[in-house]
Design a protein around this ligand. Structure first.
Ligand code: ADP
Ligand code: 5GP
Length: 200
C-alpha cells in the first residue's frame, strides 16, 4: 500500500519548521522529505536531517541530470527534492511530509495527484515580521525579500486542500494531526487494507 503524501507550504517565518518537527516527533509513521539546498545551514540545522546542503555546482548537476522531482530558485538559492528518494519511500509504504513553496507544491501535485496540500498561515503580517526578525539570522534585505515572497505565497492558498493558522503551536499541531488522521481514514486509502477481513 503506497504511503500518503503531505505537502506543507507557509510564508517563511510562519513557524512551519517548528510545527513539522513537532508533528514528526508525535507521529512516527511520518517521514520528512529532505530537500537539497544551496543556502548555508542556520544555527541548529543538521546536514542530512534538515537539508542536504550542496554547492551551486552540485545543485546544477542534480538538476541537469533529472535527479530532482521538482526544484525552484528562490531568495538566490536553489531548493529541490530527490525523485529517487520519493519513489523508494512511497514504495515502502511510508507517509511522506514535504516542506515546499507553492511552486513545488503545484509541481508535486502534477506528478502525484493524490498529494494532500496543507498551507500554514501566520495570524497576521505583523506577527510574521516579528517572528522572522526574532529568528535573528537574516540581513534587512533578506528579511524584506522573505516578507514580499510571503505576501505572494498567500495569494496561492485557494487551491490548497487545508489551511491551518499558526497562532498557537499546540492548537496548530492538533489541527495538523487531525488532517493526517482524516487522510488515513479516506476509503481509497484504508479499504484495501480492511477489505481482506470482510471476504466471505
Ligand atoms: P519557518 O520554518 O516557517 O520559517 P520557524 O519554525 O523557524 O518558521 O519559526 C520562526 C520563529 O517563530 C521561531 O523563532 C519560532 O520559535 C517562532 N514561532 C513558531 N511558531 C510560533 C507561534 N505559534 N507563536 C509564536 N512564535 C512562534
Ligand atoms: P528556508 O530557507 O526558510 O528553509 O526555506 C525557504 C523556502 O523554500 C520555504 O518556503 C520552503 O518551503 C521552500 N523549500 C524548501 N525545500 C524545498 C524544495 O525542495 N522545493 C521547493 N519547491 N521548495 C522548497
Amino acid at each position: 500500500m503506497p504511503g500518503e503524501i503531505f505537502v506543507v507550504t507557509a510564508p517563511s517565518g510562519t513557524g512551519k519548521t517548528t510545527l513539522l518537527k513537532a508533528l514528526l516527533a508525535a507521529d512516527l509513521r511520518l517521514r520528512f522529505s529532505i530537500s537539497y539546498t544551496t543556502r548555508q545551514p542556520r544555527p541548529g540545522e543538521v546536514p542530512g536531517r534538515d537539508y542536504f546542503f550542496v554547492s551551486p555546482e552540485e545543485f546544477r548537476g542534480l538538476r541537469d541530470s533529472g535527479a530532482l522531482a521538482e526544484w525552484v530558485e528562490q531568495f538566490g538559492y536553489g531548493y529541490g527534492t530527490s525523485k529517487e528518494w520519493i519513489i523508494q519511500a512511497l514504495e515502502s509504504g511510508q507517509d511522506l511530509v514535504f516542506d515546499l513553496d507553492s511552486r513545488g507544491a503545484k509541481a508535486l501535485k502534477e506528478s502525484f495527484p493524490q498529494a494532500i496540500l496543507i498551507f500554514i498561515l501566520p495570524p497576521s503580517f505583523q506577527e510574521l515580521e516579528r517572528r522572522l526578525q526574532g529568528r535573528g539570522s537574516l540581513s534587512p534585505e533578506e528579511l524584506a525579500r522573505r516578507l514580499e515572497n510571503g505576501r505572494n505565497e498567500l495569494r496561492e492558498v485557494s487551491w490548497y486542500d487545508f489551511l491551518v493558522v499558526n497562532a498557537e503551536v499546540t492548537a496548530a499541531l492538533e489541527q495538523l494531526r487531525a488532517i493526517v488522521t482524516a487522510s488515513r481514514c479516506r476509503a481509497a486509502r484504508s479499504w484495501p487494507e480492511l477489505e481482506p477481513r470482510f471476504r466471505s
